[in-house]
Design a protein around this ligand. Structure first.
Ligand SMILES: C[S@@+](CC[C@H](N)C(=O)[O-])C[C@H]1O[C@@H](n2cnc3c(N)ncnc32)[C@H](O)[C@@H]1O
Length: 226
């Protein structure tokens, strides 16, 4: 009997990761913002956004225990760069220990320009985020969005996971308004109902103000005006 790609048992490091995820979610619910890692169908949907015709620079924000990371790794064209920025120390160390091929950075997505500069990673083609936007305070959210703007290439894409239960929350509506000002186009993928909780991706393209000199933060805007 053959099994489809999504029904094969998860590899051991992913099963261990699920336990670790749950422990961290109990310890730091406002940082993790979920009770379970993304499912492999959602991860595959995220990985399908990678352009296949040339090497890509891909950054994942909030990789957790690496379910989406693994799908990105499997799909990336040769000579691509894949980097993941995770604020939770236990998750970051799990990623470093279990995925030697990954540039895993323990840090805050709001510091993205500095973190990528330190690892000599240039303009980013694709940013995948499963950040818990509904529990991130507005000021931090704006800092993270500004950081994304700073590092994204002029033709870059941001794809962010949005779960069905939070879609109508004020924080997510605010996020959407902000993204509408940052990007020329936002497309929604089909909802993966088997994910826990159900979720889809907002795929944001045509960034209006990408690059370090035209970020959303006061400081960078001032620098551009000088
Ligand atoms: C909802 S979980 C998603 C985990 C994983 N990407 C997945 O889909 O299973 C959110 C992740 O974002 C991380 N996170 C939250 N705030 C962050 C920040 N400011 N910078 C980097 N990672 C952050 C959390 O520690 C957690 O691992």
């Amino acid at each position: 009997m053959t099994m489809s790609r999504h029904h094969r048992p998860a590899p051991l490091h992913q099963r261990l990761g699920t336990t670790r995820f749950l422990l961290q979610a109990l310890r730091a619910p406002r940082q993790i913002g979920a009770i379970a890692p993304s499912g492999r169908r959602l991860a595959a949907q995220a990985a399908s956004l990678i352009a296949s015709d040339r090497p890509q620079t891909i950054v994942e924000l909030g990789p957790g225990t690496g379910v989406i990371t693994d799908a990105l790794h499997a799909q990336q064209p040769p000579d691509s760069t894949l980097c993941a920025v995770e604020i939770n120390a236990a998750m970051a160390s799990h990623l470093t220990g279990s995925r030697p091929w990954l540039q895993a950075i323990h840090g805050d997505a709001a510091d993205l320009p500095r973190l990528l500069q330190r690892t000599a990673i240039g303009p980013v083609d694709l940013i995948i985020s499963a950040m818990p936007w509904s529990v991130i305070p507005p000021a931090k959210r704006n800092d993270i969005l500004a950081a994304i703007t700073d590092v994204l290439s002029p033709h870059g894409t941001l794809a962010t996971v949005v779960t069905v239960p939070v879609r109508r929350l004020p924080a997510i509506r605010d996020l959407r308004l902000r993204l509408d000002t940052m990007f020329g186009q936002i497309r929604q993928t089909s909802t993966i109902w088997s994910n826990l909780p159900p979720a889809n991706l907002w795929v944001c393209t045509n960034p209006r103000n990408s690059g370090p000199d035209r970020g959303l933060r006061g400081g960078t805007a001032d620098a551009a005006a000088r």
